[in-house]
Design a binder for this molecule. Structure first.
Ligand code: FAD
Length: 475
C-alpha cells in the first residue's frame, strides 16, 4: 500500500524552509497537500494584517507551485474544513506549527480532538518561536514574569539549525478543489491605503531571507548604537516577516549568532531583542488574559478618561514626533519601536486613554501585527503589564525628538508641513487615509492637544489618587 496523503495546515508559518510540520509530512513518503484556511479567527484580523496576510499566502502559493505543488485554499471553521479535506483526499495525517495565543490554542485543541476522533493522526510541531513557552521555567517550575531572568535562562540554549526546504513535494493523484483567493477580498477593509502601504512591504520567504542578509551584512554592527534612531535605517524590519512566519525565528537567531561570532558589536543586542518576541509568546501562553485585561489586576478600576482619540489615531495631536509615528504606521504598515513606546505613552498617560484602545488601533493598522508582542508592548508602556515601565515614566515627545530625531529627518519624512516638508511619504499619508477624515495636505497642522507638562502632571495626579484610593479600600 503506498503511503496515504498528509495535509500540512499553514497558518503563521508561510515558508518552506525550517518548517518541521512540512518536513514531517514529506518524510512520511506520501503525497503532501498544503492547505490554508480562512477560518473565523483569521477573518477577525484587523484591516492591514489581514490584507498583508493575503499577500503572504499568495507568495507561498507561488513558491509551492514552483515545486510542482499547490496551496489548497478553503474557507470556514478549521475543524470542519480539515475533516472534510481528510475525507475527500484520504489523508490520514495532518501537520501544523504550534501557536500559543488563546484564540489559536482553543481552535487547535478542538481540531486535534475532532481529527483524533476520526482516526486521523493530528500532529503539531514547534517552529513559531525559538524556545517553546512550556519549555522555559523558573527554578520553582513557574513561568517568567521578568525579561532579564528569561533571557538568562535561554541565552545559552542550543537553537536547532534551520531545516532545509524540501526539494520536491509529491502531488496527490487528484488535487482537491480550492477557493479562488480573489473571492476572499483579504484587503477589503483597507480603504484607500493598500496601494500606498504595498510599496513598503517585503513579502514572502525570499524577500525575508534577503532582508536578513542585508541586515547582517551591513547594519548589525551598529544595531545597538543606532536601533533607537527612527531617522536611520538601523533595525532589521523583520517583524513583518516573522509575524507570518515567512522566515523562522531560528534562521534569524543563527544569522545573528554568526554575526556575534564574527565580532559584530550589535549582534548580541539583536539576539536579545529577538528573544523579547519569545518572551511575549511566553507571557501570552502562561497568562492569556494579557490580550484583553490588565495583566496586573490592581489596575482594574483605573479611571481612564476618554480624550479625543481620533486626533491621536489620525496623527493630529499637534506633537510632531507622536504624529510622525502614527502617520508612519498608516503609510508603511509599520512603526519604529521607539515611536511605538512614545505614542503608547502619550495615549495612555498624556491623554489618559485605556491602553486597549491603542492596542486595538495598532491591531487594525500594523502589517507586522502580532497578538503577543502588541499586547505586551501596550501593557508594558501603560504600566499594567509584567516587567512594566513604572507609571511615572512618561515620555516627553519633545525631548524624545531632540534625542532620537536630532535633525528632524524622521518628522519631515512623515509630517507634511513640519519645517515646510513636502516629503513624498508625508504627502502620501493623505492619499492613504479615508476621505471621511476630511484631511488634505493643505489642512492646517493643529496646536497640541495638551500641554506636555500639564498632561504629565494630570497623569501623575490621577495615578497617585488611584493608588491612595486602593490603599483606602484595602484598609
Ligand atoms: P529589530 O530591532 O530588528 O528586532 C528584531 C526582531 O526582534 C523584531 O523583528 C521582533 O520580532 C523582535 N523584537 C524587537 N523588539 C521587540 C519588542 N520590544 N517586543 C517584541 N519583539 C521585539 N512587534 C511586533 O512584531 N508586532 C506588534 O504588533 C508589535 N506591537 C508593539 C506595540 C507596542 C506598544 C510596542 C512598544 C512594541 C510593539 N512591538 C511589536 C515590538 C517592536 O516594536 C517591533 O517588534 C519592532 O519595532 C520591529 O522592528 P524590527 O523588525 O526592525 O526590529
Amino acid at each position: 500500500m503506498p503511503p496515504s496523503p498528509a495535509l500540512v495546515w499553514f497558518r503563521r508559518d508561510l515558508r518552506l524552509s525550517d518548517h518541521a510540520a512540512l518536513s514531517a509530512a514529506v518524510a512520511a513518503g506520501g503525497p503532501v497537500i498544503p492547505v490554508f484556511i480562512l477560518d473565523p479567527e483569521t477573518e477577525a484580523l484587523g484591516a492591514a494584517p489581514k490584507w498583508r496576510l493575503g499577500l503572504s499566502v499568495a507568495a507561498l502559493a507561488q513558491a509551492l507551485a514552483a515545486r510542482g505543488s499547490r496551496l489548497i485554499l478553503r474557507r470556514g471553521p478549521a475543524r470542519e474544513v480539515l475533516r472534510a479535506l481528510t475525507a475527500e483526499t484520504g489523508a490520514r495525517a495532518v501537520h501544523w506549527t504550534r501557536l500559543y495565543d488563546p484564540a489559536s490554542v482553543a481552535r487547535d485543541r478542538g481540531v486535534k480532538a475532532a481529527l483524533k476522533a476520526d482516526g486521523i493522526a493530528a500532529t503539531s510541531h514547534p517552529g513559531h518561536v525559538l524556545f517553546e513557552p512550556m519549555g522555559v521555567t523558573t527554578g520553582q517550575g513557574g513561568y517568567f514574569r521578568v525579561y532579564t531572568p528569561f533571557w538568562r535562562a535561554v541565552k545559552d540554549r542550543e537553537v536547532p539549525l534551520p531545516l532545509s526546504a524540501p526539494g520536491t513535494l509529491q502531488a496527490p493523484d487528484a488535487w482537491p478543489g480550492s477557493d479562488d483567493m480573489a473571492t476572499w477580498a483579504m484587503g477589503g477593509a483597507m480603504n484607500r491605503g493598500a496601494e500606498i502601504v504595498c510599496a513598503h512591504q517585503s513579502v514572502g520567504e525570499d524577500a525575508a531571507q534577503d532582508r536578513l542578509a542585508a541586515f547582517t551584512a551591513a547594519r548589525i554592527g551598529a544595531y545597538k548604537a543606532e536601533r533607537d534612531r527612527p531617522d536611520i535605517e538601523a533595525t532589521s524590519r523583520l517583524s513583518e516577516n516573522l509575524t507570518y512566519g515567512e522566515i523562522s525565528a531560528a534562521a534569524v537567531w543563527h544569522a545573528g549568532y554568526a554575526g556575534m561570532l564574527r565580532g559584530a558589536a550589535g549582534a548580541e543586542h539583536f539576539l536579545k531583542e529577538l528573544v523579547w518576541r519569545d518572551f511575549a509568546w511566553h507571557l501570552i501562553h502562561h497568562t492569556p488574559h494579557i490580550v484583553r485585561d490588565n495583566w496586573r489586576p490592581e489596575w482594574n478600576g483605573f479611571p481612564w478618561q476618554a480624550d479625543d482619540v481620533p486626533r491621536w489615531s489620525r496623527g493630529m495631536t499637534g506633537e510632531p514626533m507622536v504624529d510622525a509615528g502614527m502617520r508612519q504606521m498608516y503609510v508603511t504598515g509599520s512603526m519604529h519601536n521607539r515611536l511605538r513606546m512614545l505614542v503608547a505613552s502619550y495615549l495612555t498617560k498624556h491623554l489618559m486613554t485605556h491602553w486597549r484602545i491603542g492596542m486595538d488601533w495598532f491591531a487594525d493598522c500594523l502589517t507586522d501585527w502580532d497578538p503577543a508582542s502588541n499586547a505586551m508592548g501596550w501593557q508594558w508602556t501603560a504600566g499594567s503589564g509584567p516587567d512594566a515601565a513604572p507609571y511615572f515614566r512618561i515620555y516627553n515627545p519633545a525631548l524624545q525628538a531632540e534625542k532620537f530625531d536630532p535633525e528632524g529627518l524622521y518628522r519631515r519624512r512623515f509630517v507634511a508641513g513640519f519645517e515646510g516638508s513636502r516629503h513624498p511619504d508625508a504627502l502620501s499619508y493623505f492619499d492613504a487615509i479615508p476621505r471621511s477624515w476630511g484631511l488634505t495636505a493643505t489642512s492646517p497642522y493643529p496646536a497640541p492637544m495638551v500641554g506636555l507638562d500639564a498632561g504629565r502632571m494630570r497623569a501623575l495626579r490621577v495615578h497617585e489618587d488611584f493608588v491612595a484610593s486602593r490603599r483606602d479600600l484595602a484598609v
